[in-house]
Design a protein around this ligand. Structure first.
Ligand code: HEC
Length: 146
């Protein structure tokens, strides 16, 4: 059964011209999808915070989603995702302690933003949002190739 499924998957990958290095591909795809989800919620939150749309009530769930997605990045940088069609730099796996500290700064910033967005203080929410955006830039500038 398993062999049949594996063969079918191999056929599908070949038919679509995808790489057969599927183990890493899956992990890289998962990371990119997670990052794009993070990017979507950040942009939606920015649009609300900048007053371009009147949907203040939605800010809480965008912030909570960012917090949960940030926490999930624990899985998006597994060693199996090094290589393939990725912009992730090898320093992530060469210097894991340094990378983990940057990742945790992001997780904490996203947790603080979610907590602030659940309250009433718009100034604090704005500041917490700016901190999250700063952590995206800081990780990308060191660990993502342009
Ligand atoms: C701890 C490091 C780190 C943090 C923090 C981080 N990113 Fe990323 N991000 C990466 C890396 C590495 C890549 C490259 C992924 C790849 O090509 O495999 C990436 C890729 C992306 C991509 C492109 C995905 C694609 O389809 O190629 C987007 C969009 C993105 N990040 C948005 C964000 C936003 C928005 C934030 C902050 C809210 C953020 N990221 C925080 C490391 C990080």
């Amino acid at each position: 059964m398993r062999t049949v499924r594996t063969a079918a998957l191999a056929g599908l990958l070949l038919a679509t011209g995808m790489s057969v290095a599927w183990a890493a591909e899956g992990d890289v795809d998962y990371r990119k999808a997670t990052m794009n989800a993070i990017g979507g919620h950040l942009r939606a939150a920015a649009t609300i915070i900048q007053g371009k749309v009147p949907y203040k009530d939605d800010l809480g769930f965008h912030a909570a989603a960012l917090r949960d997605l940030a926490r999930s990045t624990e899985h998006t940088f597994d060693k199996s995702s090094a290589g393939g069609d990725t912009k992730a730099k090898k320093e992530i796996w060469d210097k894991p302690a340094e990378f983990e500290s940057v990742r945790m700064t992001f997780v904490t910033a996203a947790e603080n933003f979610a907590a602030a967005a659940a309250g009433q203080d718009e100034g604090a929410t704005r500041q917490a949002f700016a901190k999250v955006a700063e952590t995206c830039r800081s990780c990308h500038s060191t660990y993502r190739s342009q």
